[in-house]
Design a protein around this ligand. Structure first.
Ligand SMILES: Nc1ncnc2c1ncn2[C@@H]1O[C@H](COP(=O)(O)OP(=O)(O)O)[C@@H](O)[C@H]1O
Ligand SMILES: [Mg+2]
Length: 349
């Protein structure tokens, strides 16, 4: 018996070669908006073109998006060098760079899982303490292992000072800049006297970039904003802030958010003020998560509020979208310099 000869597929050089090959099977997963417009496909390439299974292909539509894709490529290459043990399976492996009308498209291994954002937006998901606690525990657990695997040199935490500079640069003349900077200066006084080991940073560690399978994190995607060496507090805080930001998403304007006493959909991001300073199971959980994450990094838990202020400033400084950034600046400028006493600095864990 002789086997039918297998078709030899040449390695693709362009996105067109890959997507239009007759043997390619795939789906368009996501599109994102200007100026950072990208398309993400998951495709099963023709046999023999790439070593292992389905791949994700991220295609830039603009030069700005292309530079984000170049950064992500560098980050995936850096990640390849890190001995991460079983965690390596949760990070996309770099496979190839293809031409897309003169811009680079990134091909990486496709990871299994459903974004945490799908569950988050299920009706009443964020009204249920055990579901929310699980989300926070998963995010915290992955991050802790990642930070342990990538910890490098220790240094004084200059994060708040850096964010202050970034804010000045991004928002000169903004009516709330001065108030925001006062908060960052206060945060810098707290953070700047502490040392921490720098780690790799994901840079956009929000629940839409975490993939879940059977109740565990099976993938962490979207490394565009990653850093080889940075402040581990960035990812810790970003997850909490972004989780709180959308709590009011399914509530009509002006109305109370179900099962969150004290949270109404008024203005931009009321969930963030609530999550940091409110009373209730969710704010307690958010503060616990932040304190616990700091302790894991060898830092005093009381720094949680300074870290949160700095994280808000960072979103204001780095957001792709001007309105999103400016709204975070306003939010930061409107927060108290210190958390209210009973959530306070000395409250321990
Ligand atoms: N390597 C991958 N494996 C599986 N799914 C992926 C992969 N990369 C991206 N995705 C999916 O595509 C979506 C968009 O990709 P992402 O890298 O987050 O792009 P964007 O920068 O547009 O947010 C992700 O939320 C995820 O669902
Ligand atoms: Mg994403």
């Amino acid at each position: 018996m002789t086997e039918a000869p297998r078709a030899i597929h040449p390695r693709p050089r362009s996105v067109r070669d890959l997507l239009l090959a007759p043997a390619t099977r795939g789906v368009l997963l996501a599109t994102s908006r200007d100026p950072d417009a990208k398309l993400t496909f998951i495709v099963t390439p023709p046999p023999g073109t790439y070593p292992n299974g389905p791949v994700a292909i991220k295609i830039p539509a603009t030069p700005v998006a292309a530079s984000a894709i170049r950064s992500e490529t560098r980050m995936l290459l850096d990640l390849r060098e890190v001995p991460m043990g079983s965690m390596a399976q949760t990070v996309p492996q770099y496979v190839d760079t293809l031409d897309s009308d003169g811009l680079p498209a990134l091909v990486s291994t496709a990871l299994r899982g459903t974004p945490m954002s799908i569950g988050y937006h299920h009706w009443l998901h964020t009204a249920r303490p055990h579901l929310v606690a699980t989300d926070f525990a998963l995010a915290a657990g992955w991050l802790r292992r990642f930070q342990m695997a990538t910890a490098g040199e220790r240094g004084r935490i200059e994060w708040a000072a850096e964010v202050g500079d970034q804010l000045r640069h991004r928002w000169p003349g903004h009516p709330h800049l001065a108030a925001a900077l006062v908060r960052l200066t206060s945060a810098d006084h707290q953070l700047g006297v502490q040392e921490v080991a720098r780690t790799m940073v994901h840079g956009d560690y929000w629940f839409g970039n975490l993939l879940l399978t059977d109740g565990v994190i099976s993938g962490v995607v979207d490394w565009e904003a990653g850093a080889h060496s940075g402040w581990p507090l960035r990812d810790l805080v970003r997850f909490a802030l972004s989780y709180c930001l959308y709590l009011d998403r399914h509530t009509r304007p002006g109305h109370r958010v179900l099962r969150h006493r004290g949270l109404r959909r008024i203005g931009f991001g009321p969930g963030i003020t609530y999550g940091l300073l409110g009373d209730g199971w969710l704010p307690d959980l958010v503060r616990y998560y932040l304190r616990d994450g700091l302790v894991s990094l060898g830092l005093p838990p009381d720094l949680w509020y300074s870290a949160a202020l700095t994280g808000l400033g960072e979103v204001a400084a780095l957001a792709n979208d001007d309105d999103f950034g400016s709204n975070h600046l306003d939010l930061l400028a409107g927060l108290p310099l210190w958390p209210t006493d009973h959530h306070g600095q000395g409250a321990g864990r």
